[in-house]
Write a protein that binds this ligand. Sequence first.
Ligand code: IPE
Ligand code: IPE
Ligand code: MG
Length: 241
Amino acid sequence: MSEVMTGVPVHVSMIMDGNGRWAKERGKDRVYGHFEGVESVRACVEAAIENGVRYLSLFAFSEENWNRPDAEVTALMGLMVKAMAEEMEKLHRNGVRFMVLGNRARLSDEINSTVDSCMELTKDNDRLTMIIFLSYSGKWDIMQAALKMAEAISEDPGKKIEIENRGVAAFDEFLVTAGIPDPDLIIRTSGEQRISNYLLWQGAYSEFLFTDILWPDFRKKEFCDALAEYGKRDRRYGKVK
Ligand code: IPE
Ligand code: IPE
Ligand code: MG
């Protein structure tokens, strides 16, 4: 058996958790942890490019996170706009295609217009696709996909048999992640071992890595360690090897 069995993951996804606790440990406001977390995003983007990862997705804000105190939600949304405005030139120069996926109807006009211009600017880049999941939840995604599929079938009843014949893969096209490969590796920081309504459909066969490190402390070394750990996994997809 070779040491490295799976090679470099094509798509790495991160559940960026622990910002609040990181700040609390330092006697600071939770928002301070979110600010510091942006540095970790930067480090992971660089590490992903350096290691040949093609897709890096980041769970930045869940549908459930709207239930946080208004002040924190406002601070997080402000931070998103600021980070996009500050980072986009450099991301573009480095060949990063930037995407935001989630329930965009809930985002402010300011965020949506910033997102649109960043996506438009970087749409032809192909070194790394960086996806921010914003106002996203797995159940919401599956539901909106089911509605879209129902609409497609009601417009063209012949589609039903075509979809049935193609099997579950046909459903992928209705999800917000259409065209994006499923995550090979999902990393969650901060010691929590749950999916928190993230990529429920797309993560069906992902490898999971749970680490106690808090997100603001998750930098290049930690990213590279995670890739090394992934390299030792044996992905069987239900078969016998
Ligand atoms: C992750 O950190 C960032 C978001 C969910 C927006 P948290 O804010 O959840 O930090 P903890 O889990 O409270 O430490
Ligand atoms: C999950 O973290 C969502 C994001 C990282 C954006 P949470 O901190 O919101 O998750 P729970 O509440 O601990 O499950
Ligand atoms: Mg948390």
